[in-house]
Every structure is written in structure tokens, then in C-alpha cells.
Design a protein around this ligand. Structure first.
Ligand code: DGT
Ligand code: CA
Ligand code: CA
Length: 562
């Protein structure tokens, strides 16, 4: 929401426009990279000289200065001058690249999604040179994914926003908390719900709607308000409730709806009534001040929000078997971090220092292997150099153990991208599918698991929240095989992945699978995605012992140690 994000957005749009126009890849990427650096940068960009930010080139510095001075970037206005409004937005549709978009625009005159849907339904796209039925079908699928994705925002974005909204209200409220799907840590969020309590209700509501990032006030009453904020046009709802009903209201507005309905049934069986004000027997209020109190009068213990999906949690609570869920503080290390030896932005020393500050005991530097050329994959020679660099940094940074890992490609025949003699020497290996998403993927992953030096399978389904369906696989077969071979499955915590997701984690745990939560960080800022992975693991009912990177390094039960 700050200037950094505004400039990053413009840089992204310049990159889209250049790509649409068929500009050289390195020029396009320069803007994308600068956008990424700006998003990661946590300071106030107007307070420093932009050239002080690492990774921002001279040309970009000039454009940032221009924006800070004039509020615009001329280059942006130039490149979009001859592109119709809204056309570039279509580049967010999966399976629709800039070249195809250019073709559809030129030949069929499409300017927006409605045009696009129409020409597809009329079969005009398949008839274009170089297109065909299959490509048309893929774009059609992409539109569906795009529409489904647009309606909801990623958890990571919602968490960032809710913190900015809540922080300025802390001092004037007695309690304030996210509610709804955000508190339950769902992977995507429809709208953001916030609940507060405090003496000065009017002051709280007024402070909320007067925040600088509020674009529109959608509704404003005595105890609640809804606003649209400038960031991604999101809607945020705030309700202020009486102290006496804080727990009942928090429970009600956290949901899920299915969980609430089950609870209502439980209350009814006892002859009680439950609503957002409390639990009542006739006119007598039995509970409402805290969530614990509400659950207690219903005869059960407190249920963590991440479990409240009516997936058996109420039955489990009745029988006293709600698990003690894994927490962020249980995590002893992050085993999936890319350094600048492959496609990460930061050097090993910077990563080690950042991770040490987070309180980790160890980290696994995990770069791409040689076949992943676009991702800067390491050949054997470079891998050797990187490992020597790790030894050098380890001499300097002593408070954290730096492990030599690799994210090794599973090739089209299921073999691995390095020989066993190299894999054996690494501290651990994560195997990953990065190409051939539809070709024999189940068999390839199983074959990779036959290699005794494969400890972990990365992002097992390959789906992206922003709209990529993932590999064509039989996931259950992979889960069973992983359990049999003692290979851990990753919970990739990267904001766009969350893979495995909650429901797959529950299934995998049922087969006896163990897990590793890794951020797949490509910069030190992204190490914080661990929170998303832990939230997802909690939604998957995982306990500390289910997750290998909660162990001290010497005790981590890696497959190669068995
Ligand atoms: P979202 O926003 O689509 O990601 O999902 P939620 O779960 O945040 O849903 P939302 O914002 O519509 O409502 C927030 C909570 O309020 C929801 O989780 C449960 C509660 N709630 C809303 N409507 C109803 C309802 O009709 N009955 C009951 N029992 N609870 C409701
Ligand atoms: Ca909501
Ligand atoms: Ca809502």
C-alpha cells in the first residue's frame, strides 16, 4: 500500500506491455525483477535514495525518482499509449500468453474478457493460424480458473492487509482480531472480517473508515462499517461488539458456517440457544465473554480456528481428541531456500544471517539442478563452488547450521538430474517435477522415490493458487508410496503454492506420510511465508511430530538416515 507497491505495480504493467509488444525478454525481466525487489523492500522508499536498494539498476532508479517527484512514470504512459484499456489484464488468464493475446487482438479485435469468451464460444480461435482446438480448449480452461481465482484473494495478501488495518486500531480497542476465513487460515479469502470491542465504539468506527488507504465507505452504522481499500480493491468489514459477547461474536463470525450450524445443533440437544451474543437457557445467559466459555457450556474444549470446517472437529472435541496442533515456534529450520547461485536474489551469507535472526537452528540451501536452465540450475562444477561457499559462510556465521541441499529435477524418464555419487554427498535432497506436467508424472515421481538419496518430494501437486491446475497425477498412489518408502512430502509454504494443501495433508497423514514445511524462498523476505505453511499444516490437523523440520537437525528422521 506504500509507494513501493505503487511503483512495483507500474513496473509490472510496463513488463506486461513490453511482453505483449514482443520486446526482448531481458528488458521485460528487468522490470519484473525491479518490481519484485520493490515489493520485498520493507523500508520507506521516499526516505532513502533508491540506488541504495540492492538489486535496483540505474535505469530503474531514475524511474523511481521520477515517480516520487511527479507521481507518474513517462515510460509507462508511452508503452501503453497504443494498447486498449483492460487488454493487458487478460495476461493474467492462465494458458494465454502475450503472443496469443497479440494475435487474438489483431485478428479478432478482442479487447476484454467478454470479447474473448465470445470468440471462443463461436469457435473462431481454433480456426486461427497456429491455434487449433487444443489451444482453444486450454484458453477456455484458463478463463474458468481466472474467474474462480479473481473472486478470492490469496491468504498471504489478506494477512498483510489485515495487519495494516488492525495496527492503528490497537490503542483504541480493548480486543481486536481477524475473524472469518482469514482467522481459519483458508488458502484464499473472500472478504476480510474484523471484530473489535472497546468502550468508545463510535471512535473505533470513525478511526477505521478514516484510514488513509480507505477508498470507499461501502456502509457505516453504529456498530459496523464496510470499506473498500485501495489495495487490490478489497472489501474489509469491521464489527464492534459488547465486551460481554466478545467470545460468542468471535466464534460466530469466525465460522465456518458449517461449524456454526453443528454447534447450534449441539446447543439445541442440551436445551440451549446459541447466537452471536452468547449461549442462553431461556432468558438466562450462560456464556459469551470468551470462546473457551462458550465451548465449555456446550460440554467441549476450545477448538483451534483452523479446524473449524466441520471435518470431524466437533466429534473429536466431544471425545476429547482435539490434537495439539503444530505451531510456528516448533519449526527448527527451513529446508527449502534458493540462493543467488540459482534463481534466488540473496547470497548465502545474507540468508544465513536472516534465518539466524528468526531463531532457526538450521537452514537448507536448496538451489535448482542443471536441467532447470531458466531457473539458473547448477552444473556439477558450480554445485561444488556453492558448497565451498557454504563452508566459508559457516565459518563466519556460527549461530546457525547451514545445510547443503538441492532441489533436484525429476527428468522425463523419472531419473534424477545428478548422479547418485553427487546426491549421496548432499545433506538432503528434495526432488521436484519442473517439466512435463502431463507425461507419466505418477510413475516418474515413484521412480524418483526409489532412489535412496531422495528425502523429500517438493510441491507434490504442482498447482498454483494464481491458476495453474498442477500435474496430471494419481496423488493417492504417490502418498501411499511415499509412506512405504519413508520419503517426506513437502508442504510448500510459498504464497502462491500451499502444496500440499489442507485436504491433501489430511489424506496423506491417513496413509502415514511425514511432512516437511519449506518456504521455497527466493529472497530473505519470503522466509516469512513459513507462517502460511504452518497455518496450512494446522488446517491439515498436523502435530509437531508429523513434521520433520520440528526436530533438532541431528534427530531429523530423514529417509537417508534410516
Ligand atoms: P469468505 O469470506 O468467503 O472467505 O468466507 P468466510 O467464512 O469469512 O465467510 P463470510 O465472510 O461470509 O462470513 C464470516 C463468518 O460469519 C462465517 O465464517 C460464519 C458466519 N456466518 C456468515 N453467515 C452465516 C450464516 O448464515 N449462518 C451462520 N451460522 N454463520 C454465518
Ligand atoms: Ca470473510
Ligand atoms: Ca464478511
Amino acid at each position: 500500500m506504500g509507494k513501493n507497491t505503487e511503483i512495483a505495480d507500474i513496473f509490472e504493467r510496463i513488463a506486461d506491455a513490453l511482453e505483449f509488444k514482443g520486446e526482448l525478454v531481458f528488458k521485460v525481466n528487468a522490470y519484473r525483477k525491479a518490481a519484485r525487489v520493490l515489493r520485498e523492500f520493507s523500508g520507506d522508499i521516499s526516505a532513502i535514495h533508491p540506488s541504495e536498494i540492492e538489486g535496483i539498476g540505474k535505469g530503474m532508479v531514475e524511474k523511481i525518482e521520477e515517480y516520487l517527484k511527479t507521481g507518474r512514470i513517462k515510460k509507462y504512459e508511452e508503452v501503453i499509449a497504443d494498447i486498449p484499456n483492460g487488454l493487458l489484464e487478460l495476461l493474467n488468464i492462465p494458458n494465454l500468453g502475450p503472443k496469443t493475446l497479440q494475435l487474438l487482438h489483431k485478428e479478432l479485435g478482442i479487447k476484454n474478457i467478454t470479447d474473448l469468451e465470445k470468440v471462443i464460444n463461436d469457435g473462431k480461435v481454433a480456426a486461427l493460424p497456429g491455434m487449433g482446438e487444443k489451444k482453444e480448449e486450454n484458453i477456455k480452461k484458463g478463463i474458468l480458473l481466472y474467474k474462480a481465482g479473481r473472486a478470492r484473494i490469496p491468504l498471504a495478501t489478506a494477512l498483510k492487509v489485515v495487519r495494516e488495518v488492525i495496527n492503528p486500531l490497537f490503542s483504541i480497542t480493548e480486543s481486536i482480531s481477524p475473524a472469518g476465513s482469514l482467522r481459519r487460515m483458508r488458502e484464499t479469502i473472500g472478504d476480510i472480517d474484523i471484530l473489535a470491542t472497546g468502550e468508545k465504539i463510535e471512535e473505533i468506527i470513525n478511526a477505521f473508515v478514516r484510514q488513509p488507504y480507505v477508498k470507499d465507505i461501502v456502509a457505516k452504522g453504529d456498530t459496523k462499517a464496510s470499506v473498500r481499500i485501495s489495495y487490490e480493491n478489497l472489501q474489509v468489514d469491521l464489527r464492534v461488539v459488547e465486551k460481554e459477547s466478545w467470545g460468542a461474536a468471535l466464534l460466530y463470525f469466525t465460522g465456518s458456517k458449517a461449524h456454526n450450524i453443528k454447534l447450534r445443533g449441539l446447543a439445541k440437544d442440551k436445551g440451549f440457544k446459541i447466537n452471536e451474543y452468547g449461549v442462553f437457557k431461556g432468558a438466562k445467559k450462560l456464556a459469551g465473554k470468551t470462546e473457551e466459555e462458550v465451548y465449555r457450556v456446550l460440554g467441549i474444549g476450545w477448538i483451534p480456528p483452523e479446524l473449524r470446517e466441520d471435518r470431524g472437529e466437533i466429534e473429536a472435541a466431544i471425545e476429547g481428541r482435539i490434537p495439539i496442533l503444530i505451531e510456528q515456534k516448533d519449526i527448527k529450520g527451513d529446508l527449502h531456500i534458493h540462493s543467488n547461485y540459482s534463481d534466488g536474489m540473496d547470497d548465502i551469507e545474507k540468508i544465513a544471517i536472516a534465518a539466524e535472526k528468526m531463531g532457526y537452528e538450521y537452514i537448507g540451501i536448496c538451489d535448482h539442478s542443471k536441467t532447470s536452465k531458466i531457473a539458473g540450475g547448477l552444473d556439477e562444477e558450480t554445485l561444488k563452488k556453492r558448497n565451498e561457499e557454504i563452508d566459508r559462510v559457516q565459518e563466519k556465521v556460527k549461530g546457525i547450521k547451514i545445510l547443503k541441499g538441492m532441489e533436484v529435477d525429476i527428468l522425463s524418464d523419472g531419473s534424477l538430474d545428478y548422479s547418485d555419487s553427487i546426491l549421496e554427498k548432499l545433506d538432503f535432497v528434495i526432488a521436484a517435477v519442473h517439466q512435463g506436467f502431463t507425461k507419466n508424472v505418477t510413475e516418474r515421481i515413484k521412480k524418483a522415490m526409489n532412489n535412496p538419496f531422495v528425502d523429500i518430494i517438493a510441491h507434490p501437486t504442482g498447482r498454483l493458487l494464481s491458476g495453474r491446475e498442477g500435474y496430471k497425477i494419481n496423488l493417492e498412489e504417490i502418498m501411499k508410496y511415499a509412506a512405504k518408502k519413508g520419503v517426506a512430502l513437502e508442504i510448500n509454504a510459498s504464497y502462491d503454492r500451499l502444496d500440499l494443501n489442507d485436504t491433501n495433508i489430511i489424506k496423506a497423514k491417513g496413509y502415514g506420510v511425514k511432512f516437511v514445511i519449506g518456504t521455497d524462498a527466493h529472497s530473505t523476505g519470503m522466509l516469512e511465508d513459513m507462517e502460511l505453511g504452518v497455518g496450512t499444516a494446522r488446517r491439515g490437523w498436523l502435530e509437531e511430530k508429523d513434521v520433520l523440520n520440528t526436530y533438532r537437525w541431528k534427530d531429523v528422521p530423514l529417509r537417508r538416515r534410516k
